[in-house]
Design a protein around this ligand. Sequence first.
Ligand code: DHB
Ligand code: FE
Length: 293
Amino acid sequence: MARITATVFTSHVPAIGAAMDLGKTGEPYWQPLFAGYEFSRQWMKDNKPDVIFLVYNDHATAFSLELIPTFAIGTGAKFMPADEGWGPRPVPPVIGHPQLASHIAQSVIQQDFDLTIVNQMEVDHGLTVPLSLMCGEQDPQQGAWPCPVIPFAVNVVQYPVPSGQRCFNLGRALRKAIESYDEDLNVHIWGTGGMSHQLQGARAGLINAEWDNRFLDRLIAEPAELAKMPHIDYVREAGSEGIELVMWLIARGAMADAAADATGAPPPRVAHRFYHVPASNTAVGHLILEETR
Ligand code: DHB
Ligand code: FE
């Protein structure tokens, strides 16, 4: 049986990818940010998953106003890094896991979530920057990400966006899907995007460190309560792009103590917690939660 052993949460600022690609990670501006991921890179080596289910958002790269799936699962065998305006990032292609992805699509759709099935797409910084942060620099030709990755894109760019509650419930369905896969696989679920940031309008540059840290506290300790927060609270308190944080509730909802029938399930262990401001216009938050049974 496949099982979820850990969840990883991290922001996805494109400038972080550029800092890595251009060899600037040791500069005074970037050094404190990358220091916060040193633990995580070692942890990835010590706890190497067989598959990463990576919840992220596309930024009008694979999708556009012509086609706006709320939830899209990548069932393809390979996903190439997209050209976001400066050429594709020099990172390896993302190798998928079509068998597990198809099984998850079958199970989650039968649990009443309408997923869009995507056999072919490119992936933008929403997916590649979390991989780079957690896995470090990779040779684009010779290198490879540590394991197959199933991309799961959530629309948080064009209204209407899904609620935190729906994302949390989807995480619960995802857990059932993974636990019904008939092969011993160690699966990590990643929730990415956030934390507080606003890229446009009168409040561009907004950061709310107090709110962000409260969000991290609640994500760890009371995720089902946190899931009830309406989207307008994210936008008011964490900025228009802070809404990316609803994606973290998908990963959190997939953990043992979040299941609807979780009586007695122990809470996860906080293996790592990090918060840093600023990275470009964004507050960076990061958590690693491990299942304890
Ligand atoms: C920035 C943050 C994002 O989430 C994004 O998608 C693009 C840019 C930024 O802080 O610059
Ligand atoms: Fe973003």
